[in-house]
Design a protein around this ligand. Structure first.
Ligand SMILES: Cc1cc2nc3c(=O)[nH]c(=O)nc-3n(C[C@H](O)[C@H](O)[C@H](O)COP(=O)(O)O)c2cc1C
Length: 411
C-alpha cells in the first residue's frame, strides 16, 4: 500500500448522494486519494462535476463507453489500483445487486472484481431499510466480510422519522481509517492462534440439551481478524450457525468434553489461545438418556456434574503460550469476579463483558468489553464485534510481541 491509500468511492442514487461530497473531503483530510464512480441514478442527484473538482480525478460513469472493450478494462484496472472500496450512500438496489452477484453496471462490476476490503454505508427510507429483503442482503454482505456502517435514526428526506439515514460522514471516515490500519497490520504473521467460539450443548437425551445463547459471532470475528493479520488460525466451534471463515481451519466440538479434547490436543502446537466460546459448566451426571425421554411424570430431576474446566487444565499444561479467557458476568460487579478468574486460572488476559446488557453480547452484533491483565484494565466502548475483535487483537499482539522480545514464547 502506498503512503497515500487510494479509495474507490462508489456513489449511488439516493438523496444522501450529496453527503458523499462531504465524505470525500473527510477521506482526503485523512490523507487518502479518492477516485469516484457513480451510478446513473446517482448523477440525477449530484452532478459528476462536484466529485471531479473535489477529487481532481475524472469520475467513472456508467456510460456505455465504460463498458466496451478498450485499452483499459476500467472495472478491473481501477479495482486493482484501489486499496479499499467505499460505497456511500448505498441504495437498497445496489446492496441487493452486491448480495446477489449482479454486475449490470460499472459500480456493481467493480465491486465483484474488487478483492480487498469493502465498506458500505446504506441510506434509504425506513421501510426499505427494515424490509426483510434488505436486511437479508445486508446480512449476506456482512457474512462475506463486507463492513457495513449502520444507518442512524432521524428525520428522513421523505419526511418520515426512523432508521435508514446514512451514517455521519465522520463515522464512515473512521471506519475506513480502521480498515486501512488493519490492512497494514501483519502483527500476528506466522503465529499459531487457536480460537474457540459458540456455545456448547450438553445432551439430556436424544433431542434435548442444556445450552446457552452464545452465537459465536465474537469468536468468528476474532478468527477472521487474526487471519487477516497473518496468523495461522484454528477455530474450534460449538453449534455456530455462520458461514465458514476463509483461510481458517475449523472443527466442530459440540459439547464441553469435545471442546476440552480439541483444545488440549492442539495446545502444544500453538502460540496464542483465545477462549471465546461459552462452555457449559455442568453436564448430565450419568450421561444422556438413551432415546427420547417420554412425557408422563410431573417432575423430572436431573443430576448435574461439573464439566472439566478447560482453562484450568490449560493453565496446568501450557508452556508459555499467551492465554486469553472471556468472562460473561452479570452486572459490573462481575469485573471483580473476572479478575479473580484471571488470577486463579493463570491467564494473561481476560475479556469481560456484561451480560445484563441487552444491547451487547449474546447474539448481538455489538459488544462492549473490558480487557483485564495482571496490571491493567482497558474499556473498549460499544462497537461492532468486528471492531472489538481488532482492538482485542491489538492488545494481544502487543503483549505477545513484547514477550517474544523477552524470549519466553514457545519455539
Ligand atoms: C427522489 C428519489 C429519492 C430516492 N432515494 C433513495 C434512497 O435514499 N435510498 C435508496 O435505496 N433508493 C432511493 N431511491 C430509489 C433509487 O434511486 C433507485 O432504486 C435506483 O434504481 C437506484 O439505482 P442505483 O442503485 O444504481 O444507484 C430514490 C428515488 C427517488 C426518485
Amino acid at each position: 500500500m502506498a503512503d497515500q491509500p487510494v479509495v474507490l468511492l462508489g456513489v449511488t442514487g439516493g438523496i444522501a448522494a450529496y453527503k458523499a461530497a462531504e465524505l470525500l473531503r473527510g477521506l482526503q483530510k485523512a490523507n487518502m486519494d479518492v477516485r469516484v464512480v457513480m451510478t446513473k441514478a446517482a448523477t440525477r442527484f449530484v452532478g459528476p462535476m462536484t466529485f471531479e473538482t473535489l477529487s481532481t480525478h475524472a469520475v467513472r460513469l456508467d456510460e456505455i463507453s465504460e463498458l466496451t472493450a478498450d485499452s483499459r478494462i476500467t472495472h478491473i484496472d481501477d479495482s486493482q489500483e484501489a486499496d479499499i472500496m467505499v460505497i456511500a450512500p448505498a441504495t437498497a438496489n445496489t446492496i441487493a445487486k452486491m448480495a446477489n452477484g449482479i454486475a449490470d453496471n460499472l459500480l456493481s462490476s467493480m465491486y465483484l472484481a474488487f478483492a480487498k476490503t469493502v465498506v458500505v454505508a446504506p441510506a434509504m427510507n425506513t421501510n426499505m431499510w427494515e424490509h426483510p429483503a434488505t436486511q437479508r442482503n445486508v446480512l449476506l454482505l456482512r457474512e462475506r466480510g463486507v463492513f457495513v456502517v449502520e444507518p442512524g435514526a432521524g428525520e428522513l428526506a421523505c419526511g418520515d422519522y426512523g432508521s435508514g439515514r446514512m451514517a455521519n460522514p465522520d463515522s464512515i471516515v473512521a471506519e475506513v481509517k480502521l480498515r486501512l490500519q488493519v490492512q497494514r497490520k501483519r502483527d500476528l504473521r506466522g503465529m499459531r492462534v487457536l480460537i474457540t467460539a459458540g456455545g456448547t450443548r450438553e445432551p439430556i437425551d436424544a433431542v434435548r440439551f442444556i445450552g446457552n445463547r452464545s452465537s459465536g459471532k465474537m469468536g468468528f470475528a476474532l478468527a477472521r481478524a487474526a487471519f487477516d493479520r497473518g496468523a495461522h488460525v484454528d477455530l474450534i466451534q460449538a453449534n455456530v450457525d455462520m458461514p465458514d471463515v476463509p483461510g481458517v481451519r475449523q472443527v466442530e466440538a459440540s459439547t464441553a468434553a469435545k471442546m476440552h479434547a480439541q483444545v488440549m490436543k492442539r495446545l502444544p502446537d500453538i502460540d496464542i489461545l483465545i477462549m471465546a466460546a461459552a462452555v457449559a459448566d455442568y453436564r448430565v451426571a450419568d450421561g444422556p438418556a438413551g432415546g427420547k425421554v417420554g412425557k408422563g411424570k410431573d417432575e423430572w430431576c436431573i443430576d448435574l456434574a461439573a464439566t472439566t474446566d478447560i482453562l484450568c487444565d490449560v493453565a496446568e499444561h501450557h508452556k508459555g503460550q499467551y492465554l486469553v479467557g472471556f468472562a460473561a458476568e452479570y452486572g459490573l460487579e462481575g469485573v471483580a469476579r473476572a479478575r479473580g478468574k484471571l488470577e486463579r486460572k493463570k491467564l494473561d488476559m481476560i475479556v469481560f463483558n456484561d451480560i445484563s446488557r441487552t444491547d451487547i453480547g449474546f447474539d448481538s452484533d455489538y459488544n462492549e468489553v473490558r480487557i483485564l491483565t495482571k496490571d491493567s484494565e482497558v474499556l473498549l466502548g460499544r462497537a461492532q464485534k468486528e471492531t472489538i475483535a481488532e482492538l482485542i487483537l491489538d492488545n494481544v499482539a502487543q503483549a505477545v510481541r513484547s514477550r517474544i522480545g523477552e524470549g519466553s514464547l514457545p519455539a
